[in-house]
Design a protein around this ligand. Structure first.
Ligand code: ADP
Ligand code: MG
Ligand code: ZN
Length: 481
């Protein structure tokens, strides 16, 4: 029997607001435990939550960018459960009438021309819980403590339909969603710190069946690689279990990155009954059409559109357009370089080549690139007008990256101006031909491969500064004799 995997993802997106979702406390990461707290996020009886408008704005942006409808009147609900990091005994979330519904993303799948549409069921707003700290407390013993700095941090939960059919599709969907929320500037996208994390629901059914199998939910997977591993492991585990005559139970499982396996955390029987009900402390959230429209107008050009424009307006090939729109900062850098007069294909090549390499080595982000887009465009001009060769340009770039100086200054300082003057180059060629009479004879005897040897010698003698096309032309003439 062959099996068809079915996957639906629930993604938690931590929002980049300065303050928490229902109080004015700071959301800054890494502060002294419990220093960013107040009666509201500590869950004191009688303290009243007040919704942060920025969270709503970010949710609308996310919804519009994923083709969702914005719910005109949405409500907050209490999700009741007990845990020491949840002082109120409930999490404020949305259940019925979430802020965004019925969206979709078209994902690209390797080896397939047509994109595949993954539907988004809903996006809702909620607060995060606090954090338990184990064995790191000062004082005697090594008990556990509760840090409520993270309590009440705003999250969006993006729930997909079970439209995904493989771990590769899951990763492709996640990457696209990740690109959108970081592009919008509503999430820092840091998966290691948990700013973008995902629960994967996985089931299998016989190929051709129209009834989904029972699913397992794998909690909190925090890298693209782990998502793929966790899903692949889970698919195989379920198939093996069925083949052995077993049955899948609905349960929550945990992924262990060390072993690459998943293990049971709790079964459906033990699962929570959250007893959702509308939160009486928060009024229904009414979003006017004007608000939605003004937010729509304020949206940046999204990665897909920008990619398209780079291809049609600037003539980039698909691959370049895709790589250059990997982040908004990189796309901005590229466009600034073109605006400063750089040739689009050349600016793109430099970003994908030298710039990316140097940034990786130095650990800097492109926003902090020591070479500005305008400086890159100037460097390209020096190549185009023959002042330096393409090869020397790499040396010049290194100097620019290291010192932040302009290309012209580095060329001047290091005496890197390209030599195109034929008489100077002829002088070098004559010397080299005289010193290598044997090879000259070989060439004239029909062994044309030796030509490369002469080019190499001339370039070396000129310390790479001789203009390669002048060298080629003069060499050819002289060698022919
Ligand atoms: P819950 O609230 O218990 O998490 P939902 O119905 O909201 O359940 O579904 C959660 C996620 O599980 C969604 O992303 C959905 O697409 C996915 N899902 C539902 N049924 C299946 C299934 N049979 N196989 C795989 N994923 C599923
Ligand atoms: Mg769930
Ligand atoms: Zn607070």
């Amino acid at each position: 029997m062959r099996y068809q995997p079915v996957i639906g993802l629930e993604v938690h997106v931590q929002l980049l607001t300065d303050t928490k979702i229902f109080c004015g406390c700071s959301t800054t990461f890494g502060a002294e435990p419990n220093s960013h707290t107040c009666p509201v996020c500590l869950g004191m009886p009688g303290a009243l939550p007040v919704l942060n408008k920025k969270v709503v704005e970010f949710a609308i942006k996310a919804g519009l960018s994923t083709n969702c409808s914005i719910t005109p009147r949405s409500i907050f609900a209490r999700k009741n459960y007990f845990y020491p990091d949840l002082p109120k005994g409930y999490q404020i979330s949305q259940f019925e009438d979430p802020i965004c519904q019925w969206g979709w993303l078209d994902i690209k799948i390797e080896g397939q021309d047509e994109p595949k549409r993954i539907h988004i069921t809903r996006i809702h707003m909620e607060e995060d819980a606090g954090k338990l700290v184990h064995g790191e407390l000062s004082g005697p013993g090594d008990g556990s403590g509760v840090d409520l700095n993270r309590a009440c941090t705003p999250l969006l939960e993006v729930v997909s339909e079970p439209d995904i059919r493989s771990s590769d599709e899951a990763v492709s969907y996640l990457k696209q969603l990740h690109q959108i929320v970081t592009w919008l500037g509503i999430c820092d996208g840091n998966m290691e710190e948990g700013s973008f994390r995902c629960d994967a629901n996985v089931s299998v059914m016989p190929v051709g069946s129209d009834t989904f199998g029972t699913r397992a939910e794998i909690k909190n997977v925090n890298s693209f690689k782990f998502v793929k591993q966790a899903i692949d492991y889970e698919i195989q585990r379920q198939i093996d279990l069925i083949e052995d005559g077993g049955t899948i139970v609905q349960e929550t499982r945990l992924f262990d990155p060390n072993s690459g396996t998943t293990r049971s955390m709790r079964s459906k029987e033990e699962a929570h009954d959250y007893r959702y009900f509308p939160d009486p402390d928060l009024v229904p959230l009414v979003i006017s059409e004007e608000w939605v429209e003004s937010t729509r107008k304020g949206l940046p050009e999204l990665p897909e559109q920008r990619q398209q424009r780079f291809m049609t307006d600037l003539g980039l090939p698909l691959y370049d357009a895709e790589v250059l729109t990997a982040s908004r900062a990189q796309a901005d850098y590229f466009e600034a370089g073109v605006a400063a007069g750089g040739n689009a294909k050349a600016v793109g090549n430099w970003i994908m080549g030298e710039i990316t390499r140097s940034l990786n080595d130095s650990g800097a982000s492109i926003e902090a690139c020591p070479v500005t887009p305008a400086q890159l465009a100037e460097l390209l001009k020096l190549i185009d007008n023959g002042t330096i060769s393409g090869k020397i340009a790499k040396t010049v770039f290194e100097g620019m990256f290291r010192t932040g100086k302009d290309a012209a200054a580095i060329v001047e300082e290091q005496g890197l101006v390209q030599v195109s003057d034929s008489s100077a180059i002829e002088g070098i060629i004559d010397e080299i031909m005289a010193a290598n009479a044997g090879q000259v004879e070989e060439y004239r005897g029909g062994k044309e491969k030796v030509f490369g040897f002469f080019v190499g010698q001339v370039m070396r003698a000129s310390k790479g500064k001789a203009n390669p096309s002048v060298v080629n032309e003069l060499l050819l003439n002289k060698l022919k004799g």
